[in-house]
Structures are given as C-alpha cells and as structure tokens.
Ligand binder design. Structure first.
Ligand code: HEM
Length: 430
C-alpha cells in the first residue's frame, strides 16, 4: 500500500466492541484495510500492523520510542514491576542482572530437571495407554511445565513451594481473584530467600542467581519486593506460554499422520531419556521444525502492544505520540504474502532449503529487539525434550469431534482442554 508522507492509515469507522472476539475482529479488519489500519480499541487510538517492516521498526530499529501498551496494565496486576512490565533504565539494569541465569551454560545445566519431569509424565501416559484410558493433555502438560520452571527457580526447595503454586495449573481463570491469590504467594518466595540468607549457603538455581547478582552501578542486591516481582514473572511467563505451544503441538501432530511418521523415523536415532549435552538436540532437526511450525500457527504471545512516546513514522504513515501499536505475530505468521498456504501445518517449510529468502520478521514468536523473550532458549530446549521423550514411546490420538475454539487472552489457548488417547508405539506398530 502506498501513502503520502504524513498520512493516517485507513481503518474501520466503528469501534471494537468487547462482545466480539478481538482476534477475529482484528483479522477481519486486515482483510478490509491491508497491512496497517487505524482503529479505536478499548477507547484508545490504535494502529494495527502486519507488515514485517513495520514490526522491525517498532521492535528493533526505533524500539526506544515505544513502551509497553495498555494491555500491560492487566499483566502488572499479576506480576508487579518485573521484567515483563518495567521500562527504561530500571528495566535495562534488571535485564542485565537476570540475563546470566539464561545463558547457554546455565540453561544446559537444566537438562536433567527437564528429563526428570518428563520421565514422570511419560510413565503416567504409558500407564494410561496400557489401560486404554485417555489423558488430559492440557492439564498434564501444564503440570509438567510448572514443575520444570519451579525446580529451575527453587532447586532443592521445590518441595517446599510446589503445593502453593499448584493453583497455576489447577485454576484456568485469569481474573482479579486469581491475581490476588497469586500475589499472596510472594511471601512463600520470601520465606525461602530468608532461610537461605540465614544458612549462608550458595545456591546455583535461578533464585540463587537472582539473590547473588548485584546492580552494576550501585553494587546493591535486588530488594525483596523486586525479587518477588522477578520470580513471579519468570514463573508465569515461563509456564503458560510453553504449555500452550506444547498443547498445540500435540493437537497438530495428531491431525497429521505423515508428520507423526516422519517424527517417529527421526526418533529412531534417539535412545531414550538421555540428553548429556545441549548440542545433542540440534541433531533432531525435524522435531525442531515441528515445534517451529506450531509456534508459527499458534504463537502463545499472539499479540504484543506498544505505545509511541514521540511522534514517529511507519513507512509513510504518521504515528502521533501516544498512539498504541498492536503487533500480532498470529497474523504476520499467517500472512499470505509471506507464507505459502499459510494456514497449513507443514513443518517442512522450516527445512534449510525452504527457509531461504524469507523476511527475517516473518516469524517472531519470541518477539524481537532488546525486549525479546529472555526464556527463548529455555523454552525451546524444554519443548524439544518433551516432544522427543514422549513421541519416542507414544502416539497421542485426538478423539474428540469438537472443533477448535480459540481463546485469545494473554496467551493463545484452546477454549477446552485437549483430551487424547495415548498409544504405545511399539505395540501399535507391530
Ligand atoms: C514457548 C514459550 C514462550 C513464548 C512463546 C514466549 C514469548 C514471549 C514474547 C512474545 C515476549 C515479548 C512480550 C512483549 O514484549 O510484549 C516474551 C517476553 C518475556 N518472556 Fe517469554 N515466551 C516463552 C517462554 C518463556 C520462558 C520459559 C520464560 C522464563 C522462564 C520467559 C520469560 C519472559 C520474560 C521475563 C519476558 C520479558 C522480557 C523483557 O521484556 O525483557 N518466557 N516472551
């Protein structure tokens, strides 16, 4: 679309009404107005964009002109001023302090945590397969992912905290009541931190690293309130996103027997639950392509929002200060001019020969620029280990006839739990 410099994008006359699903409404407007449109959403003037060049501009090239948009207020009620919410110099200094906990070496040390949690899950599902019972994939995966993130953070103190945090996988509503119950868990985090201080012991888990780290300028440790905010942030950001993507992955595999067969063939080269090194994971390229394709079709963070601090331009369109920008990976990653047959699940599109010539921002499920997801490598490793360990032994059949119904809240989920029937591969294949 061409525009005179300084022009305002076209857009719908009517305001977005909360009686409609936001995802459907945004998609409908893209069809009418193209890759950038102006809309009134929740009483605010918003530019909604699906052109990867605009995305690159807002998230990477001119990121300093954009703070988080109004949607972050709801997130802040739950997470406080942690890494997801904070801005400016404060965010920068927190990010610098937390980043080492997510460096390659630190993440590599968590392989055992991930294989242990998945061994327990695998046993449970194998047992169900033997009894020909179905399993609640949504519930069980949520539980496994929560365990992984809690053990990564609290290490040997996991048993002390786990029962308190179970509400994250047992309660699916994300309302004010939930926010209140969740925030009250701050005291559990402090109890662990206080005890550790008294013991003068050093811990190598994420909480230990956050307690040891010092601000580059002041030399100070993180105040307790901030420690709580950051731990809360990592738990929530690391749990629901990863669990959603894995749910979609099992659903998609179950609908595509050809993909399931190729995955099984790749896993013939995999001996079981042992992942001695992070580097071993790179050999299983097709498993990675499946996860990538799930992230493309169902990005957990389906919509990111920003607000312009100063006047700016997106291409030739004028962006007045205060404008909200909606950046939906969901629509960019299904954009017909960026992806062939965009709604089709086809992991082969991520093979090296098919990945050339693609716009670098055609895909950004973990965002881009300085505020990209700090847990990306953690999540990728966790998702791959899970898929490999389960798919080596089991096939999950989706037997429900109920059609998908997207629940596009903070995370992109299905409205209903995925109930599936596991089958032991060895037996079924004989
Ligand atoms: C498949 C899994 C995941 C997906 C799809 C995902 C996606 C994202 C996205 C899109 C953002 C940017 C949000 C925005 O700027 O508006 C983000 C930020 C963030 N994510 Fe993730 N995430 C995942 C897993 C994780 C994990 C495992 C952790 C930690 C254990 C984590 C921690 C964070 C944090 C702390 C931020 C804020 C970073 C900052 O602003 O500096 N995420 N994530």
């Amino acid at each position: 679309m061409t525009a005179r410099r300084g022009q305002i994008p076209p857009g719908p006359e009517e305001e977005y009404s909360t009686t409609q699903e936001l995802l459907d409404w945004l998609g409908h407007q893209f069809k009418q107005f193209g890759d950038i449109y102006k809309a009134s959403i929740y009483g605010t003037s918003v530019y909604v964009i699906s052109d990867p060049q605009y995305t690159q501009h807002v998230l990477v090239e001119n990121w300093q002109n954009y703070v988080k948009g109004q949607a972050i207020k709801r997130v802040a009620l739950l997470l406080g001023n942690g890494l997801m919410v904070s801005e400016g110099e404060f965010w920068k200094s927190q990010r610098r302090m937390i980043q080492p906990a997510f460096h390659r070496k630190a993440i590599g040390a968590l392989i055992k945590v991930m294989t242990t949690a998945n061994s327990v899950l695998l046993k449970k599902w194998e047992e169900a397969a033997r009894k020909r019972e179905s399993v609640n994939v949504t519930h069980d995966v949520s539980h496994m992912v929560l365990e992984v993130v809690l053990v990564s953070i609290f290490g040997d103190d996991y048993e002390q905290v786990s029962s308190h945090f179970n509400l994250l996988s047992e309660e699916s509503a994300r309302n004010m009541e939930f926010a209140g119950a969740f925030r009250s868990l701050g005291k559990i985090i402090l109890q662990v931190a206080d005890r550790r201080r008294k013991e003068h012991a050093t811990f190598t888990d994420i909480l230990g690293m956050l307690m040891e780290t010092r601000d580059q300028h002041s030399g100070q440790a993180m105040p307790d309130r901030q420690l709580i905010n950051e731990v809360m942030t990592l738990i929530v950001a690391g749990h629901e996103t990863t669990a959603s993507v894995l749910n979609w992955t099992w659903y998609l595999i179950s609908q595509h027997p050809d993909v399931e067969e190729k995955l099984s063939n790749e896993l013939n080269n995999f001996l079981g639950s042992e992942f001695p090194e992070l580097d071993d994971l790179a050999r299983f390229a097709y498993t990675r392509q499946i996860i990538e394709e799930s992230l493309r079709l169902y990005p957990a963070g389906w919509l990111m929002t920003r607000k312009a601090l100063k006047d700016d331009y997106l291409g030739d369109y004028f962006v007045p200060a205060g404008t909200e920008i909606y950046i939906p990976p969901y629509f960019v990653q299904r954009h017909p001019s960026l992806w062939e047959d965009p709604d089709r699940f086809n992991p082969d599109r991520f093979s090296p020969e098919h990945s050339q010539d693609r716009h670098r921002r055609a895909m950004f499920p973990f965002s881009a620029g300085p505020r990209y997801c700090i847990g990306e490598s953690f999540a990728r490793m966790e998702m791959q280990i899970h898929v490999m360990m389960i798919a080596k032994q089991l096939r999950l059949r989706y037997v429900q006839t109920r059609p998908l119904e997207l629940d596009a809240g903070v995370n992109l989920r299905n409205k209903y739990d995925f109930i599936m029937t596991p089958e032991l591969k060895g037996i079924a294949d004989r």
